[in-house]
Design a protein around this ligand. Structure first.
Ligand code: URP
Ligand code: ZN
Ligand code: ZN
Ligand code: ZN
Length: 478
């Protein structure tokens, strides 16, 4: 029986370094990194010649098995996490929705029930905060201390559904500061969007493109700036999810320059697709209905620049898949009824490598930082996950940069009937993926098990590295 795995001949890439070395894995952990490590008879050798060896991707933004827009996402925790693994992701943090008037713990248990026994990779949960009252205030510390949920999500959009007001956001920021959590916002001005949507529909503008036209970028910039200023007032920390536009980047950059703890995420779709594809005939545009919407192509340069210069720090997939037939078509006669979201979980690392690294927009190390390490640090997973170092979980991706392929629904593993990136040529492909030392993908074939993924309790925001404990000095004689 082999009890160890040795990955040889690869080029290791972390958020800070690129070097040739071998990695020894024992009991799910990395136990050695070195040059010319030798196997014994109980060691399985994995040859990574010609490949990059990187820490498993961490996707800080997924929606699996989530009820939304009158239906439920097409991917659940079984299909979604398997597809994530094919794409080189070994940990996701999924959004747990909550219900007004119901205990937070009840919603959290519901999300555990969705994931437990199904997930093929590790997972954590963010918790939505939709109201603030004595019960929520009482439960928040328990969520962080006992449940390992150290990030809260507040929606500034989706009026009459998920949207919270500024007071709720502000109080959540205050409590996050007090207890050690990170507040995440969906930053769009939901009140004004609601008005613009009603005006458009009243004027007979019902096609998918009007989803984008009723959610202009200025309303994302406005909400981003507002949230960032509330975070500053509360001396708290804020993470803006799915940033799509120059206006929002400007707000984040300005507040960061002033020294505030404001972080921003963008997604592969906003870096590579633009609004014009929403104007296709035969309702095709519905495939690309996201909130915030795709923007005019000029915004893509602003987003790439922000990734390059550190104004934005992470890449989430915002995976929220709905079938074109039977789900997206709920909005055939009314764009506001098209379920919002798309399938991205499998393509996140590959698109960032191909469009980012291979095209010279970001470095290899930035790629790893954006897709893994930074999310690990922000969301309390570091150093257990998100890097290659002795003692960390052996969450490892062997990535072949020489493979050229085409993204397509015909070959992807997401449980959805279209690809948002159909026909896109990409350079590079994850070949083998290990989660805590076990194969999830082996030579591009699924080798994982539903239920092998474990729930990860996350540390408080900025809890810092473990403190070295003093050892009692011992000497050996004779
Ligand atoms: O359109 C999107 N982004 N759907 C998922 C829910 C959200 O707002 O993140
Ligand atoms: Zn669980
Ligand atoms: Zn959102
Ligand atoms: Zn989302």
């Amino acid at each position: 029986m082999t009890i160890r795995k040795l990955i040889r001949n690869g080029v290791l890439v972390t958020a800070s370094d690129t070097f040739e070395a071998d990695i020894l894995i024992e009991h799910g952990k990395i136990t050695q990194i070195g040059i010319g490590l030798l196997p014994d008879e109980r060691t399985e050798v994995i040859d990574a010649s010609g490949c990059y060896v990187i820490p498993g991707g961490i996707d800080p933004h997924t929606h699996l098995d989530m009820p939304f827009g009158g239906t439920v996402t097409a991917d659940d925790f079984a299909t979604g996490t398997a597809a994530a693994a094919f794409g080189g992701t070994t940990t996701i943090i999924d959004f747990c929705l909550t219900q007004k008037g119901r205990p937070l713990l009840e919603s959290l248990q519901q999300w555990h029930d969705k994931a437990d026994g199904k997930a093929a990779i590790d997972y954590g949960f963010h918790l939505m905060i939709g109201e603030m009252n004595d019960q929520v205030l009482e439960e928040l510390p328990q969520m962080i201390e006992e449940e390992g949920v150290s990030s809260f999500k507040v929606f500034m959009a989706y009026k009459n559904q998920f949207q919270a007001d500024d007071a709720i956001l502000y109080q959540t920021l205050q409590k996050a500061k007090e207890y050690g959590a990170l507040v995440m916002v969906h930053a769009e001005n939901g009140d004004v969007i609601d008005l613009l949507v009603r005006e458009a529909l009243a004027a007979g503008r019902t096609e998918p493109i009007h989803h984008a036209l009723t959610r202009p970028s200025v309303l994302e910039g406005e909400a981003t700036g507002r949230a960032a200023r509330l975070a500053a007032l509360a001396d708290s920390q804020l993470y803006v999810v799915h940033v799509t536009c120059a206006e929002a980047v400007e707000q984040i950059a300005r507040m960061r320059e002033l020294g505030y703890r404001i972080w921003g995420e963008t997604c592969p779709q906003y870096l590579t697709l633009d609004q014009s594809i929403m104007d296709q005939p035969n309702f095709e545009g519905a495939k690309y209905v996201w909130s915030p919407p795709l923007r005019e192509a000029t915004h893509q340069d602003a987003l790439w620049n922000a990734l390059k210069n550190g104004q934005l720090q992470t890449i989430g997939s915002d995976h929220c898949s709905f079938n074109f037939k039977g789900q997206k078509d709920l909005g055939k006669d009314d764009f506001s009824k098209i379920p919002n979201g798309g399938p991205v979980i499998e393509d996140r690392l590959s698109i960032l490598y191909s469009e980012g690294v291979a095209k010279g927009r970001i470095s290899l190390n930035q790629w790893v930082d954006l897709c893994s390490t930074r999310a690990s640090k922000l969301f309390g997973l570091f150093p257990q996950k998100g890097t290659l170092a002795v003692g960390t979980d052996a969450d490892i991706v062997i990535f072949d940069p020489a493979i050229e392929r085409e993204l397509s629904a015909a070959t992807h593993h997401m449980n959805v009937d279209y690809s948002a990136f159909e026909g896109m040529q990409v350079q590079g492909c994850p070949i083998t993926v290990l989660c805590r030392g076990e194969y999830v993908v082996r030579d591009r074939q699924f080798a994982g098990k539903p239920g092998a993924g474990q729930y990860v309790k996350r540390a408080k925001y900025d809890a810092g590295a473990p403190v070295p404990a003093k050892k009692v000095a011992t000497t050996t004689r004779g």
